[in-house]
Ligand binder design. Structure first.
Ligand SMILES: Cc1cc2nc3c(=O)[nH]c(=O)nc-3n(C[C@H](O)[C@H](O)[C@H](O)COP(=O)(O)OP(=O)(O)OC[C@H]3O[C@@H](n4cnc5c(N)ncnc54)[C@H](O)[C@@H]3O)c2cc1C
Length: 476
């Protein structure tokens, strides 16, 4: 057996969360062992954010070509070379990969072990025959696609996010099980790249977001030809010649068969915990993931869990946020608090949907009717008009005194617009702060300024203001 490694930190998983912890700890002079069993960069780089956003970029460009007429350019039916699209997607991954590579992390001073980590007791992890007894362990092993218990699934070739980006030929008819963010992003992208697409969703599509916002995006996605079936249960799948037949049961009990060329499962995620032998580490977990307290510590005080495996919001920026917190506590014992209420998220459909803090429904549950909802349409924004991206809505939720509780947007670049509200929510800012700033004209950001002015609209009826105006008139 090799010499036992005794670093300050042993990070298990070289994805978004694990790499954040490793890079930050190394920059602060800590010793780090980083363990990765598959590809460095994890889900986000190899099978998630990066390939999906790259595919969406190709799809968006194709759509712009189709819809150029309203800007005075002859619209064209784009000639899509799916193989080339695939090369673009993998080119972007390859471009980013060096930043997440073994070489980079070894260069920063980490000991990188390529293998599967397993606990053998509460203080020891083994990777092959290498033992690691770290001062602290960080589990950042992420999640993987869940296969729903659909009869016949094992008889057909199906895709998940781990395989769909390997397609070099356009799927003729892609059937997607699951209408969450991943399912809807993939649905619109493939439709724009020329596939027929059917989405099968048991409840409502994009159900975690505000329906007033999602309805605007879903209307557009349907308009582009994606067949979204909601309230349907997939009861069976079966192969038929070169195709796949999916049987669905509708809310009224009727059944229907849908035939497609490809099947994509986007129906939830499972935490990667099985290989870790968590019982031996005395780390508690359930089906959603590893149980952590507000300080991201597990039931074993030497062990933290972060990112997707920690069972909360599953986003790259959450894994990164967790990583930053854990380094402070693990290296310096500084107090930390994982605050999920400040986390924004975006769904990269076109129009995009983004949110931070409380939605209108959350606010109603928490404050009854003691809150304000401000709305501003993108159609009122000159930049949106100039670019013909008028379909969109910003909603801001405040307390009666103007503290920003949350914001949600649907529209062109809504994911960018939400950043300023993420700043506002994290810093408990009031809407008045937006009235003090000047936004360059014409930018989409002016919407944020206009909506703030809306907050004060009913205040012009205040008797004191009316009196002041009257007084000034009298004074001449
Ligand atoms: C299609 C898709 C699109 C997405 N788009 C976005 C997006 O636009 N924005 C966003 O914020 N999020 C997005 N996500 C979510 C994002 O990818 C994840 O939230 C993020 O990758 C989680 O980071 P993590 O560090 O927790 O796990 P990961 O990045 O998955 O890293 C975990 C790593 O641990 C390794 N591992 C597991 N078990 C072991 C073991 N026992 N020993 C050693 N190594 C192990 C794995 O191989 C993996 O590399 C998307 C996800 C998908 C599937």
């Amino acid at each position: 057996m090799a010499k036992i490694l005794q670093p300050d930190l042993c990070v298990i998983g070289g994805g978004s969360g694990g790499l954040t912890v490793a890079a930050a700890a190394l920059s602060l002079g800590a010793s780090v062992v980083l363990v990765e069993r598959d590809k460095m960069g994890g889900d986000c780089l190899n099978y998630g954010c990066v390939p999906s956003k790259s595919l969406i970029a190709s799809a968006k460009r194709a759509q712009y070509m189709r819809t150029a007429t309203k800007l005075g350019i002859a619209a064209e039916d784009p000639k899509i070379n799916f193989g080339r699209v695939n090369e673009h997607v993998h080119g972007v991954i390859a471009d980013i990969a060096p930043h997440d590579s073994v070489e980079r992390f070894e260069g920063l001073g980490a000991t990188v072990l390529q293998g599967e980590a397993k606990f053998t007791d509460p203080k020891t992890v083994m990777v092959g025959d290498q033992a690691i007894k770290a001062r602290r362990f960080v589990i950042a092993t992420g999640s993987r696609p869940m296969s729903p218990p659909i009869p016949g699934l094992s008889d057909v070739d199906y895709y998940t996010n781990e395989t769909i980006f390997d397609l070099t030929r356009k799927p003729q008819h892609l059937i997607i099980v699951g209408g969450g963010p991943i399912g809807m992003e993939m649905a619109q992208a493939h439709r724009r790249l020329g596939s027929d697409v059917t989405v099968l969703e048991m409840q409502a599509p994009l159900a975690k977001d505000d329906p007033e916002l999602t309805n605007i995006a879903l209307k557009q996605i349907r308009r582009e030809g994606v067949d979204i079936r909601q309230g349907v249960k997939v009861t069976e799948v079966a192969p038929k010649a070169k195709n796949i037949v999916v049987t669905i049961e509708k809310e009224n009990g009727e059944t229907e068969e849908i035939t497609g060329s490809h099947l994509l499962l986007a129906a939830g995620r499972k935490p990667n915990i099985e290989a870790l032998d968590l019982e031996k580490a005395k780390v508690n977990f359930d089906g959603r993931g590893i149980k952590v307290n507000k300080g991201l510590k597990t039931s074993n005080k030497r062990v933290y869990a972060i990112g997707d495996v920690a069972g909360g919001l599953q986003f790259t920026h959450v894994a990164g946020y967790h990583g930053g917190l854990v380094v402070r506590n693990a290296l310096y014992r500084l107090p930390i608090k994982n605050d999920a209420t400040i986390i924004p998220w975006a769904t990269y459909t076109d129009p995009e949907i983004a949110n931070v803090g409380l939605t209108e429904a959350d606010a109603r549950q928490k404050y009854g009717d003691k809150f304000k909802v401000l709305r501003w349409s993108f159609a009122e924004n000159d930049r949106a008009r100039a670019e013909h991206v008028e379909e969109g809505l910003l909603k801001v939720i405040t307390t009666p005194s103007g503290k920003i509780l949350g914001a949600g947007a649907v529209g062109h670049n809504a994911g960018e617009l939400i950043n300023i509200y993420a700043l506002a929510v994290a810093n408990k800012m009031k809407i008045g702060a937006f009235t003090k700033m000047v936004a360059p004209y014409p930018t989409q950001f002016e919407i944020a300024k206009r909506i703030a002015v809306e907050f004060y609209k009913d205040k012009v009826d205040h008797p004191a203001l009316k009196f002041l105006l009257q007084l000034n008139r009298m004074l001449g």
